[in-house]
Ligand binder design. Structure first.
Ligand code: ADP
Ligand code: MG
Length: 476
């Protein structure tokens, strides 16, 4: 039987606020255990939560970025459960009325565009951490993270492959950094995905029973976990088994997923509105104010690159896939480069080198200004495209600036027509057979002669000029 996989994601985004969701304690990562655990974080009796306005702004920014409805009034609820890292005995979250409603995100998978519907996004607080083994034979509780502001973003079950799920997660990861609400640091847990996976016979419109893979913090693991889980579910069903709804963990060492617990139901949590917090109100004026402080969004920038710069949809999408790449492109153009060559070089040579060296574009050894000056030397005919590749390599290796490298390597293109004519005369004299072929109508012989001239000039002759002058001489 042919099967179809169905995937929906829940992503916890740690918001870039200085202080916690409901207190003034710091959210900085990496401090000594419990040095950022204030009275509210450790839930001393009688303390009251005070909502962090900055986190609300982050939620509004996100809602605007995915063209979602932003609720004029949303409600904080208590999600009750017991765990040692949760001293209050409940997590403050939003349940029935989330701050961000239905929106969408467009992803690119290969050459295809697809829209993923976002169901909702709600504000909540993180729990603390159990630390095992820091002291011999004991477990400790670190409450520094308790109360850290999170935005949980939930999709509809719209994805149909691991590749689509990863494309969505990457796009979301870039977006939250683009609008400045999250640092995107996955190692530190600032961006964590729970992936819900089910399978069904291809063509069926009924959803299968899902299992939820918890806390994936790398795209590679996400891809592996979904692929393993999908195959496991298909094998189970084909062997006549049944899928039980469950929460599973991915083990990166074995590449397998394993059930951790059977899935709890919403009513297990006995959600109810938190009596210590007023409903959250967001006015039109709030939205206008927040919007005014937001950067141009990737979709808008993509449209602008297509219509103003004449870039293809694919190039525009790739250049706006991350803010750092977009910034680099814009800086290159602002430094005087033409848009299309700038796009080609960034998506070509620059990306290839960054990948090979495992560097991010923000740390590119060749700056946008340096790339622009290289492109200028191509467009003013100082060097050929081929020579430019050598200059680029040398710049990457830290050998200096464009002009000094051209000088040092003797790459200057010969554009003096007298010198080029002399080369052409030599080549024509040495290749009489080719000339005869050309005159008898073989167009190909012309290119061969151009090749000979380029070779004779050691690649330095300006190819356009060689073409032009050669044509003239042959028709004389
Ligand atoms: P819960 O409240 O139990 O987490 P939700 O209804 O909020 O459940 O769904 C959580 C996530 O699971 C959403 O992203 C949703 O799209 C996804 N999901 C729901 N049903 C399925 C299914 N049958 N297969 C795959 N994903 C699903
Ligand atoms: Mg949920």
């Amino acid at each position: 039987m042919a099967w179809e996989v169905v995937i929906g994601l829940e992503t916890h985004v740690q918001l870039l606020t200085k202080t916690k969701q409901f207190s003034g304690a710091s959210t900085a990562f990496g401090a000594e255990p419990n040095t950022q655990a204030c009275e509210v974080s450790i839930a001393l009796p009688g303390v009251l939560p005070v909502l962090n306005k900055q986190s609300v702004e982050c939620a509004i920014k996100f809602g605007l970025a995915i063209e979602a409805e932003i609720a004029p009034r949303s409600v904080f609820a208590r999600k009750n459960y017991f765990y040692p890292d949760l001293p209050k005995g409940y997590q403050i979250s939003q349940y029935e009325l989330p701050v961000v409603g239905k929106g969408h995100l467009t992803i690119q998978v290969g050459n295809e565009e697809k829209t993923v519907r976002i169901t909702r996004a709600h504000l909540e607080e993180d729990a603390g951490k159990s630390v095992h083994g820091a002291q011999e034979g004991m477990s400790g509780i670190d409450l520094n993270r308790a109360g850290t502001p999170l935005l949980e973003i939930v999709t509809e079950p719209d994805m149909r492959s691991a590749a689509e799920a990863v494309a969505y997660a990457k796009k979301l990861h870039e977006l939250v950094q683009w609008i400045g609400i999250c640092d995107g640091n996955m190692q530190e847990g600032s961006f964590r995905c729970d992936v819900n996976v089910s399978v069904r016979p291809k063509g069926s419109d009924k959803l299968g029973t899902r299992r939820e893979i918890k806390n994936l913090n790398s795209f590679k693991f996400m891809q592996q976990a979904i692929e393993y889980e999908t195959q496991w579910q298909i094998d189970t069903l084909e062997d006549g088994g049944k899928i039980e709804q469950a929460t599973v963990l991915f083990n990166p060492d074995t590449g397998e997923t394993r059930a951790m617990r059977s899935k709890e139901e919403a009513n297990d949590y006995r959600y109810f509105p938190d009596p210590d917090l007023l409903p959250l109100e967001v006015t039109e004026a709030d939205k206008t104010r927040v919007k005014a402080g937001m950067p141009e969004l990737p979709e808008a920038m993509k449209g602008r690159f297509e219509s103003n710069f004449g870039l293809s949809a694919y190039d525009a999408a790739t250049l706006t896939a991350s803010r750092d790449v977009a910034d680099y492109f814009v800086a290159t153009v602002n430094a005087g480069a033409e848009t299309k060559p700038a796009a080609n070089w960034i998506l070509g040579a620059v990306s290839a080198k960054l990948n090979a060296d495992e560097k991010s574009i923000a740390h590119s050894p060749v700056s946008a200004a340096q790339l622009a000056s290289l492109l200028k030397r191509i467009s003013d005919n100082t060097i050929s495209n081929n020579a430019a590749k050598q200059v680029f390599e040398a710049m990457w290796a830290g050998e200096g600036e464009v002009d000094s490298i051209i000088e040092a390597k003797g790459l200057k293109q010969v554009s003096d027509s007298g010198a080029i004519e002399a080369i052409i005369d030599e080549v024509l004299a040495a290749n009489t057979a080719m000339v005869a072929e050309f005159k008898s109508g073989k167009e190909k012989a012309f290119n061969a002669l151009v090749g000979q001239c380029m070779k004779a000039s050691k690649g330095k002759a300006n190819p356009a000029q060689v073409n032009e002058l050669l044509k003239k001489k042959l028709s004389a």
